[in-house]
Design a protein around this ligand. Structure first.
Ligand SMILES: [Zn+2]
Length: 200
């Protein structure tokens, strides 16, 4: 038995509510899950490998992960968690079973040190991503219905091939105001983490 599965089994014996949930779709890509381990975990084998689900977390902020979970999911018993991997397993399962109701999960998974996984989960739940380009010359923005959004910010262009928006650095204030107006409540992904976009 690998570390992942043993961690999950340990969790499952303590947490009936999560164990009894049946996941049918992958938390990351929404494809149907085909084997029993995947339905137990709520994520398929390809996405587990690709998004670092099997890896150790990178610099987990344990308190933040627990705090976010306690805040949004008071029904979740975090007292049985003893490390970031177990916590991440629970959260991914819950997210795969209810993407809309648990849309805050990527924020907690990010805090727990599973950055790549969290960003993929945020994409599934609907997210706006704002990051600096590699050379630092502009912002790269990813958002739902970008075709509509592109007209809101002066100087912003739609890179059709890469499916992303290119925004000048000096337009950040307008960009941020437009994001708050257009996508309140959605998750915002930046280099610093994942946070909900303010609703007012
Ligand atoms: Zn998948």
């Amino acid at each position: 038995m690998n570390i992942l599965l043993s961690a999950y089994t340990e969790l499952a014996s303590e947490n009936n509510a999560v164990r009894l949930l049946v996941a049918t779709d992958c938390a990351c890509c929404a494809k149907s899950l085909r084997d029993s381990l995947s339905t137990e975990l709520g994520i398929g084998p390809v996405c587990r490998k690709h998004y670092g689900f099997n890896d150790l977390p990178n610099k987990p902020d344990w308190d933040a992960g627990v705090c976010i979970t306690a805040n949004y999911g008071p029904d979740i018993d975090t007292s049985t968690w003893h490390d970031a991997r177990v916590a991440c397993n629970t959260l991914v399962k819950l997210f795969s079973c209810d993407v809309v109701g648990r849309k805050w999960v990527p924020e907690a998974v990010y805090a727990l040190g599973y950055t790549k996984l969290a960003e993929k989960l945020a994409q599934r739940g609907g997210r706006v991503e704002i990051k600096r380009s590699e050379d630092g010359s502009h912002f790269i923005v990813r958002a739902p219905t970008p075709g509509k959004f592109v007209t809101v910010v002066p100087g912003m262009t739609w890179d059709k091939r890469a499916r992303r928006l290119i925004c000048p650095l000096d337009a950040f204030d307008i960009l941020w105001a437009a994001v708050k107006l257009t996508y309140p409540g959605l998750l915002l992904v930046t280099e610093k983490g994942i946070t909900p976009i303010p609703t007012s």
